[in-house]
Design a protein around this ligand. Structure first.
Ligand SMILES: Nc1ncnc2c1ncn2[C@@H]1O[C@H](COP(=O)(O)OP(=O)(O)OP(=O)(O)O)[C@@H](O)[C@H]1O
Ligand SMILES: O=P(O)(O)OC[C@H]1O[C@H](OP(=O)(O)OP(=O)(O)O)[C@H](O)[C@@H]1O
Ligand SMILES: [Mg+2]
Length: 284
């Protein structure tokens, strides 16, 4: 049996559940109050946990696989196998000071107090720079601390930057860049091939997100011109159209990011009836 720990609530819950569904491992009958849930594979169970606890659950074997933020994995210094960047939940840990402060770099904080929910990452950051500071550990509302005389600066999570601005703070340095990762218990990873199957399934969804499937009709005379526009992976696939000898059906996988330009070039090259279709999963 493989147990996968996923965030029970907070901002990481929904995107995690969506990704697992797309990977063919939907969370079945999972409510926010539940501790466990099943999926379509009878050998896999979901365990709902706080995002911050997941790295240690995976390290200790309470779960075999986990999905959580890289900042939380680093902060807890968990000894886990880091398998895959899931490319969501992106945020930075930033060093910030009050907007009217004269301090403009970490070096100027020598001997001062820095409040954070991430004391380990913060302590290491300043140690590496050779700057002595006092770390003040808080468990929330960190932005308030410089304004009430508890700290001179903070290291806090920022994504849109709105919270910093609202609280009259300015970022002076980026301390850590985070996103959500798939992790595994080191021992289970070595012993159980199911973990690799889970990784492959999730990876196939991420790969497909950046691609589109293109289908079009091409007059036979224009095929070579159209082919030049389609830098094929292993394609394009060219098929006969039964009702019309002079037309070929051409299929290809292309980068989603360049779809606008590609479709324009295909039209110019003589392609017709172009369809752009999303891909659910792609396995090499
Ligand atoms: N804007 C953000 N603010 C806070 N955490 C974020 C943000 N964007 C991504 N994350 C990531 O989410 C994880 C924290 O998730 P967690 O569930 O603990 O917090 P939350 O969603 O704010 O829930 P809570 O309501 O309990 O504070 C961290 O890995 C963090 O990097
Ligand atoms: O850059 P932003 O997009 O504004 O996001 C960053 C803010 O979001 C988080 O707080 P959250 O809303 O989770 O509240 P909390 O402090 O109670 O966890 C985090 O602690 C920051 O305060
Ligand atoms: Mg929060």
């Amino acid at each position: 049996m493989i147990r996968i720990a996923i965030p029970n609530k907070g901002r990481l819950h929904d995107p995690t559940v969506n990704l697992l569904k797309e990977a063919g491992l939907p969370v079945l009958e999972g409510g926010t109050r539940k501790l466990f849930a099943k999926t379509t594979d009878p050998e896999i169970t979901y365990l709902f946990a706080r995002a911050a606890d997941i790295p240690e659950y995976v390290q200790d074997g309470a779960a075999d696989v986990g999905i959580t933020g890289l900042d939380l994995i680093n902060e807890t210094e968990s000894d886990v196998e880091v398998l895959l960047d899931l490319k969501f939940g992106g945020a930075s840990l930033v060093l910030a000071v009050p907007e009217d402060s004269k301090i403009s770099s970490s070096a100027e904080l020598q001997g001062m107090r820095v409040a954070t929910e991430f004391p380990n990452i913060t302590a290491k950051y300043f140690k590496n720079l050779g700057v002595d500071i006092e770390v003040i550990k808080v468990s929330g509302a960190c932005e308030m601390t410089p304004h009430v005389g508890i700290a001179d600066a903070i290291v806090d999570i920022s994504s849109s930057g709105t919270t910093l601005v609202t609280n009259h703070l300015k970022m002076i340095e980026k301390v850590f860049t985070s996103s959500v990762y798939l992790i595994a218990n080191k021992k289970t990873k070595a012993d159980n091939e199911k973990i690799e199957q889970i990784q492959t399934a999730v990876e196939s969804v991420l790969r497909a997100k950046g691609k589109r499937y293109l289908m079009m009709n091409v007059p036979e005379t224009e095929l070579e011109t159209v082919k030049k526009v389609l830098p094929g992976m292993a394609g394009p696939t060219v098929m006969k159209v039964e009702s019309d000898d002079s037309i070929l059906a051409v299929h290809a996988v292309v980068d989603a990011s360049s779809i606008f330009a590609t479709v324009g070039e295909l039209k110019k090259a003589g392609a017709k009836d172009i369809l752009v279709v999303p891909i659910e999963r792609m396995m090499p």
